[in-house]
Design a binder for this molecule. Structure first.
Ligand SMILES: Cc1cc2nc3c(=O)[nH]c(=O)nc-3n(C[C@H](O)[C@H](O)[C@H](O)COP(=O)(O)O)c2cc1C
Length: 171
């Protein structure tokens, strides 16, 4: 198997944790590399990539979308975290969008999604925005967001490793 670069895009570190966990089980890899430093030379040099993203507004984050759009004819394994429960309709919609994006001009070997803790200091500020105004967050939704804390946990990281082993057909 050829060398596989592992690339992450993150705001609060969850995608980096996922990328690092996966790096432990991919025998011949380079990285994890921050997505900001991926130039055309890296893209030309490798055939297969692992991309770790964070979910932004129902799809992959902008940097990951932009990177995938620069890739043509590559083999991709795409892994990510989102704040919502992984068995929610929202999560399957996210998975569907990312799947479609990664399959447009490349071959998607597999996609893995798990929960990632939401930055509650950031979202708590929205509790004071009055109902009906842009950005308002209800107490009920804030309580749901709290369930994301602690993710990705050891089990999530192990699941990511197992998923990637399967995508790469590693024993
Ligand atoms: C601007 C912004 C938009 C987000 N949009 C969503 C979303 O649409 N759905 C969701 O489930 N989580 C959403 N999240 C939560 C993040 O996807 C989640 O916390 C993720 O684990 C963050 O990963 P990171 O630590 O690698 O940045 C959003 C977070 C931010 C900051």
């Amino acid at each position: 198997m050829n060398t596989i670069p592992i690339i992450f895009s993150t705001i609060t570190g969850n995608a980096f944790r996922l990328a690092s966990a996966v790096a432990d089980i991919v025998p011949d890899h380079v990285g994890p590399y921050n997505i900001s430093y991926i130039n055309d030379e890296v893209l030309e040099k490798f055939d297969t990539f692992i991309l770790s993203y964070w979910c932004n507004h129902g799809t992959a984050d902008d940097d990951t979308i932009a990177l995938i759009r620069r890739m043509k004819g590559k083999n991709l394994i795409v892994i990510g975290t989102l704040g919502a429960a992984v068995d929610s309709k929202h999560a399957s919609d996210v998975a569907e969008r990312v799947w479609a994006l990664a399959s447009e001009e490349n071959t998607l070997l597999g996609h893995f999604l798990c929960r990632g803790s939401i930055d509650l200091r950031r979202t708590a500020r929205r509790l004071s925005i009055p109902e009906g105004e842009k950005g308002h967050l209800s107490q009920e939704r804030f309580e749901k967001q709290k369930l994301s804390l602690g993710h990705p946990n050891e089990e999530d990281l192990k699941n990511a490793q197992e998923a990637v082993k399967g995508f790469l057909k590693l024993s």
